[in-house]
Design a protein around this ligand. Structure first.
Ligand SMILES: Nc1ncnc2c1ncn2[C@@H]1O[C@H](COP(=O)(O)OP(=O)(O)OP(=O)(O)O)[C@@H](O)[C@H]1O
Length: 271
């Protein structure tokens, strides 16, 4: 794609962004551009600033300095709440207290609330859409199950269906594989890969600490260290031993097998 100079044409754009809290730079001089159909992974050690960056890109916070455009709108000049309603946000910490079924929880993606809001009821078309999306995430058999009875993996897939209810142009996935066993993780990654084929215009950013949790359809990578982007670009250019070792401040060897990434400590001490 020919590079564009108009920031409103990107799904996400940040230029020279700092985010300062209590006099501390949590993010410094962040510049990035995400185009339609691109799938980014955001990698970094604990405390590097991944969640902070995601809070800006998800229109939850304003930058201290610099300019952020989300879905063509400049933060600070737009109703953030309205903007958020066009973003699919998958947060594994999503909490449901009411006795809702999977179908109900997927439908709450429309109101962007944890539970149904008073005096709101879904239309038959919206219910059908919720069931279709749940089916595309392999959740048809569990559509009437109560949320509290779901496994962690089932919840993860249902939350992706929920995020898709608003027909988002942007999907933000905050450590979606956290707490999943091997089979559930693989099911989730396959579901994400399938989804990306089914909805080719949707862009996504997936946050993780683990290279093994990167779906094969991921196109770009961004590495963040101490609030600064240490590398970014097409994933095959960015994920290498030197860049990852630098990002995590540890000697780590990167290998790639069947389009999946594997990380191992470079030096092993004898027991
Ligand atoms: N509101 C805040 N005020 C002050 N410091 C904050 C605030 N939010 C986060 N921090 C600090 O900013 C740094 C980056 O935090 P952030 O949660 O973005 O990191 P992260 O990369 O998502 O980490 P993890 O992988 O552990 O989730 C941390 O040192 C954190 O303590």
């Amino acid at each position: 794609m020919t590079p564009t100079t108009d920031d409103t044409e990107y799904v996400l754009s940040a230029r020279h962004v700092d985010f300062v809290r209590d006099g501390r730079y949590l993010l410094r001089d962040i510049t990035l551009h995400v185009e339609h159909g691109q799938h980014w992974v955001l990698l970094g050690a604990n405390g590097a600033g991944k969640s902070t960056l995601l809070s800006l890109l998800g229109a939850f916070a304003h930058p201290t300095h610099g300019v952020v455009h989300v879905l063509g709108h400049q933060l600070g000049r737009v109703d953030m709440r309205e903007l958020r309603s066009h973003i699919g946000h998958v947060d594994p910490r999503h909490t449901v207290r009411a006795p809702l079924t999977v179908r109900d929880v997927v439908l709450t993606g429309l109101t962007n609330t944890p539970e149904f809001i008073p005096r709101w009821a879904p239309t038959p078309d919206q219910i059908e859409l919720a069931e279709t999306l749940a089916a595309s995430l392999g959740m048809s058999a569990r559509i009437d199950a109560h949320w509290q009875t779901l496994s962690q993996g089932e919840r993860g897939r249902a939350l992706i269906a929920r995020a898709l209810m608003v027909d988002p142009s942007l999907l933000l996935l905050d450590e979606p594989a956290t707490g999943l066993d091997l089979a559930a993780r693989e099911q989730l990654l396959t579901a994400l890969d399938d989804l990306r084929v089914e909805y080719p215009a949707v862009a996504s950013i997936l946050v993780t600490h683990h290279l093994e949790e990167i779906p094969v359809t991921t196109t770009h990578a961004m590495l963040i260290r101490d609030g600064v982007i240490s590398a970014q670009g097409p994933i095959v250019d960015v994920l290498n031993t030197a860049n990852i070792s630098d990002c995590f401040d540890h000697a780590i060897t990167i290998t790639r097998q069947n389009d999946r990434w594997i990380a191992q400590a470079s030096e092993r001490r004898s027991p």
